[in-house]
Design a protein around this ligand. Structure first.
Ligand SMILES: NC(=O)c1ccc[n+]([C@@H]2O[C@H](COP(=O)([O-])OP(=O)(O)OC[C@H]3O[C@@H](n4cnc5c(N)ncnc54)[C@H](OP(=O)(O)O)[C@@H]3O)[C@@H](O)[C@H]2O)c1
Length: 359
């Protein structure tokens, strides 16, 4: 099979012929049809993001594909089935605290690196070996729409945060980073889940206007100024009532100040979920005041990705018409153009834009 290979951090991808993967027990092999390219793929491949990926590796993070071959223990999936390939691979020998690897992308800790020895290669290839439980059936789709369906991978990230918060219909959510790629996806998912109001702060007026145009009056945008206390008050004022939940998805480029401004808008007994990259490449830590947390009984939690059951539920939200994948602008590249795809993704990130490699 053909694959785009990352041999060293900082080197371009090279397209090579690799042996076809064979499924063992617990695995299956997928023909990759569409693999999304994140805007910060180039940053990850340069080494700047300090991701843990043993090289050489076929990179990428999640895909849409068709099952090619299943292992002996598969009971439902069959060759030809369309599936979402979830990159979140969990070790199977510790149900309570599994090691986690994002296949083709990064790993958490020593155990993650060990798991990565088997599930290392990602979807920038014609075929990919994945754990059987990471293939989520999509049902029939138009092959031409495979790139569009890959946007599910972006929507799943904030959905994981909203599930972690126990977000409920009718509640008010504030999305810190709402004008970003994953933040705007959070706005879409929260509305699909029945949010009463979504507060969407940001600095980019054009993107804020686009959010209002797309989603209407349940979204309340706020122009940020960078002054922490003033911004916090403006965000609180914009909400229809107390803010039940805050979801942060700011990138490492941002410092802790806008995160703190957003987090501290939450009401007493509210929930704050941290999913962004702030502090991941250095810089100040998020300092939330102990007395504020304690007196207001605020819950703060981090969330990496989403639980496996989130996939079927999110696909159901799309199938029900509550999330419209037609709202995404999709740009597609062939595998031979993998480096062009990475460069394109870097300059065409942001809301509702997805770059895809179709191997
Ligand atoms: N936890 C997880 O499972 C998970 C999964 C995937 C990704 N992530 C993380 O999600 C993060 C966001 O990724 P992304 O692709 O959505 O990023 P992105 O599109 O680049 O996000 C940009 C957003 O950050 C805002 N921003 C940037 N610098 C800022 C600053 N100094 N002050 C205030 N706002 C600032 C931008 O606002 P303006 O419009 O005002 O410029 C925009 O809303 C990444 O760090 C990624 O690692 C986490």
């Amino acid at each position: 099979m053909k694959a785009a290979v990352l041999k060293a951090f900082g080197a371009p991808l090279t397209v090579e012929t690799l042996p076809d993967p064979e499924p063992g027990t617990g695995d299956l092999v997928v023909d990759v049809v569409a693999a999304r390219v994140l805007s910060y793929a180039g940053e990850a491949f340069s080494g700047r993001r300090r991701y843990q990926l043993d090289l050489p590796a076929v990179p990428g993070v999640g895909a849409i594909g068709r099952v090619r071959a299943v292992g002996p223990d598969a009971t439902r999936l069959a060759p030809g089935d369309w599936v979402l390939c979830d990159p979140t691979v969990r070790s199977r020998d510790d149900a309570l605290t599994p090691d986690i690897v994002l296949q083709g992308w990064t790993a958490r800790g020593e155990g993650g690196l060990r798991l990565q020895r088997h599930f290392r290669h990602g979807p920038f290839a014609q075929r990919m070996l994945i754990p059987t439980e990471n293939a989520e059936p999509l049902g029939p789709i138009d092959p031409a729409d495979a790139g569009r369906w890959s946007a599910i991978g972006d929507l799943l990230v904030p959905y994981g945060g909203l599930l972690a918060a126990g977000f409920m219909a009718g509640e008010t959510l504030l999305v810190s980073g709402a004008t970003g790629h994953f933040g705007s996806a959070a706005v879409a998912v929260a509305l699909a889940m029945g949010a009463g109001c979504v507060v969407a702060p940001g600095r980019n007026t054009q993107v804020l206007e686009d959010l209002t145009r797309r989603f209407g009056p349940r979204v309340r945008t706020v122009q940020l100024t960078g002054a922490e206390d003033a911004d916090r008050e403006r965000m609180k004022q914009a909400a229809a009532g107390p803010i039940d939940c805050v979801l942060d998805l700011l990138p490492p480029l941002a410092d802790a100040t806008p995160v703190r401004a957003a987090a501290m808008t939450v009401r007493e007994f509210g929930r704050v979920v941290l999913m962004g990259g702030v502090g991941g490449t250095g810089g100040d830590d998020l300092r939330l005041p102990y007395p504020w947390l304690m007196r207001n009984s605020v819950t703060v939690r981090g969330q990496w990705m989403y639980p496996p059951e989130a996939r079927a539920r999110l696909i159901a939200l799309v199938r029900a018409g509550l999330i419209d994948l037609n709202g995404f602008e999709i740009t597609e590249f062939g595998l031979d153009e993998a480096n062009d795809a990475v460069a394109h993704a870097a300059t065409h990130g942001g809301p509702f834009r997805t770059t895809v490699i179709r191997p």
